[in-house]
Design a binder for this molecule. Structure first.
Ligand code: ASP
Length: 453
C-alpha cells in the first residue's frame, strides 16, 4: 500500500530549501548556500537554522542563547556570552562583505533577554538574526516566523498557519523564513523542540504546496546502516515516509521526527542533500517508490532494552490477558516498544530508559495481575530493525536474514515481524548488535547480488 492521499496539486515552480546549522555556520558555508539558491530559480523559500558548529568543539549559537537566558534568570550578567554571540553574527556579516542592518535587532534581543524574556524567546533569536543575514545575502524578503507560524493555547500548531503562510508568500519573490519558532495567539514566541527548523521547513513546504522540500545538511543523505558499524554503507537513494519512520524509530536519525508529517499529508517529497557536496544525489523521501536494486532499504539498531517474558498455559483463552499486562505498564507510566506473542507466551520489550528503576514493581504487579506460570527478565538486549518496502512478501527474505545471523554466530532471542509488513525486528544480546547489523547488511547487499527483479 502506498502512502499517497488525495492532495492539492504541487507547485512545480516552488522549492522550499531548509539549511541546517552547519550549512549556515560561517561565511564560507553561507556562500555555498548562496550558490545552491542561485543555481535553481525554484528555490524561493529559504528556511535557515541558527549558526551551528564550525568545528566539533564549537558551541551552537542556540546553546549560547539558552545560556544567556539562564544567566539573566539568575540575575547574572549576560555581557560575556552576549559579546560572543554578537561577534559570531558580525563576523559572518563582515566575512561575507555584505551590508546588513543587524545592530538594532541584536540590541532588541539583548534587551528583551535582560528584561526577563523566556528561554524560548532567547533561543529563537539565533534563527531570527541569522535569517536577517541570509535575507541580506540573497536579497530576499525576510519574514518574521512569529507572524506566520502560529501555535494554539495547548502548544500545538494552529492550522491558521497554513493560510497565513500561503497569504504571506503568495508572490514570485524570494523569501527567508527563519526556522525553529513561531508565536502563540498573544504573539509570544514559541519554539519547536531542538532541531525544529526541519519542522518549520516542512510546514512551509506543505502550506505552499512546494514541489520538493529540500533539507540541506552536512551528510549526503541517509545511509543503509550506521557507518560506525558498516563503514562502507551505501546511501539510500529513495525511501518512503513509512520506511523512514521505521528506521528512525530504531535510531537512524537524519530529520526531526515531526518533520515528516506535514509534507507526508500532501505527498511532497523530502530531499536530503549535502551543502558541502551539492552534486551528490542525496536521499529522496517519498510517498511511494518503485523497488530499488536491493530488497531491503536499511537497517537500524539500538541497545538498551529489557525483555519481560510471561508464560501462562492457555493465556490465549483468558479474556483480557493482554490488556491486564499492558495495564501494569500504563499505570506505572512506562511506554513499551514491542509485544511479540506466542500461544502461551507474551514478551514485553521496554527500553531501559523507560523502565528506570521500576523493574521490581513491574514484576510484582504482573504477578498480581495475571498470575503467570513463568516470569523471566532478559536485560541487556538490543533490537535490530531491517526495513524494506514489500520485503516480507518476497520468498526467502527471512531465510536469508536468519541464515546470515546464524553463520555469524548471532543468537536471535526475539523476532517481531512488524505489522506494517515493511520490517523485521529481532532482539539480540547487546554484545551481538554490531555483528548482527553487519551480517544482515552483507547478506542483502552482496556485490554480485542481482537485485529483486
Ligand atoms: N537552532 C535550533 C537547535 O539548535 C533549531 C535547529 O537548528 O533546527 O536546535
Amino acid at each position: 500500500m502506498s502512502d499517497t492521499t488525495i492532495t492539492p496539486p504541487l507547485n512545480p515552480d516552488l522549492v522550499v530549501a531548509k539549511f541546517g546549522g552547519t550549512s549556515v555556520a560561517n561565511a564560507a558555508q553561507l556562500r555555498k548556500v548562496q550558490n545552491i539558491i542561485e543555481a535553481d530559480a525554484r528555490r524561493r523559500v529559504i528556511v535557515p537554522s541558527a549558526p551551528g558548529k564550525e568545528h566539533s568543539k564549537d558551541t551552537k549559537v542556540t546553546d549560547l542563547l539558552y545560556l544567556t537566558h539562564e544567566l539573566a534568570a539568575n540575575q547574572q550578567s549576560i555581557d560575556g556570552v552576549w559579546s560572543n554571540i554578537e561577534k559570531r553574527f558580525w563576523g559572518i556579516v563582515t566575512d561575507l562583505g555584505i551590508r546588513c542592518d543587524l545592530q538594532p535587532h541584536l540590541d532588541a534581543a539583548r534587551d528583551a533577554i535582560v528584561a526577563g524574556a523566556d528561554a524560548q524567546f532567547a533561543a529563537s533569536r539565533g534563527e531570527a538574526l541569522n535569517g536577517r543575514i541570509v535575507a541580506c545575502l540573497l536579497d530576499a524578503e525576510y519574514i518574521d516566523a512569529a507572524e506566520v507560524i502560529r501555535f494554539t493555547n495547548n502548544k500545538r500548531l494552529d492550522s491558521e498557519t497554513y493560510t497565513l503562510l500561503a497569504q504571506r508568500i503568495g508572490g514570485n519573490g524570494r523569501y527567508v523564513l527563519p526556522g525553529f519558532y513561531g508565536a502563540n495567539a498573544h504573539g509570544e514566541v514559541q519554539t519547536f523542540s531542538r532541531g525544529g527548523s526541519d519542522v518549520s521547513g516542512a510546514i512551509a513546504a506543505a502550506a505552499l504546496c512546494a514541489s520538493v522540500y529540500e533539507n540541506w545538511t552536512d551528510v549526503s543523505g541517509l545511509l543503509m546502516a550506521d557507518p560506525r558499524v558498516v563503514p562502507h554503507a551505501m546511501t539510500i537513494p529513495e525511501i518512503t515516509y513509512r520506511e523512514l519512520r521505521e528506521l528512525s524509530y530504531m535510531g537512524a536519525s537524519v530529520l526531526h521526527e515531526e518533520a515528516v508529517f506535514p509534507v507526508r499529508s500532501r505527498a511532497i517529497p523530502i530531499h536530503i542533500r549535502n551543502t558541502n557536496k551539492p552534486d551528490d544525489e542525496g536521499t529522496r523521501i517519498v510517498a511511494d517508490r518503485t523497488p530499488g536494486p536491493y530488497l531491503i532499504t536499511g537497517i537500524a539498531g539500538r541497545a538498551g532494552f529489557t525483555v519481560i517474558f510471561i508464560e501462562k498455559a492457555l493465556m490465549n483463552k483468558e479474556l483480557g490477558f493482554g490488556r491486564r499486562v499492558l495495564d501494569v505498564f500504563e499505570r506505572l507510566g512506562i511506554n513499551y516498544e514491542h509485544s511479540p506473542s506466542g500461544i502461551d507466551t507474551l514478551s514485553i520489550v521496554v527500553s531501559d530508559e523507560e523502565l528506570g528503576n521500576h523493574l521490581e514493581q513491574v514484576l510484582e504487579d504482573l504477578q498480581g495481575a495475571v498470575h503467570p506460570d513463568r516470569l523471566d527478565v532478559y536485560p541487556g538486549m538490543a533490537m535490530i530493525a531491517t526495513v524494506g518496502m514489500g520485503m516480507n512478501r518476497q520468498i526467502g527474505t527471512a531465510a536469508r536474514l536468519f541464515n546470515a545471523l546464524a553463520s555469524s554466530g548471532v543468537n536471535v532471542r526475539m523476532i517481531d515481524q512488524g505489522s506494517s509488513e515493511q520490517n523485521i525486528i529481532i532482539g539480540v544480546e547487546e554484545a551481538d548488535l554490531a555483528m548482527g547489523i553487519k551480517a544482515i547488511y552483507n547478506a542483502f547487499t552482496p556485490e554480485d547480488y542481482p537485485g529483486i527483479l
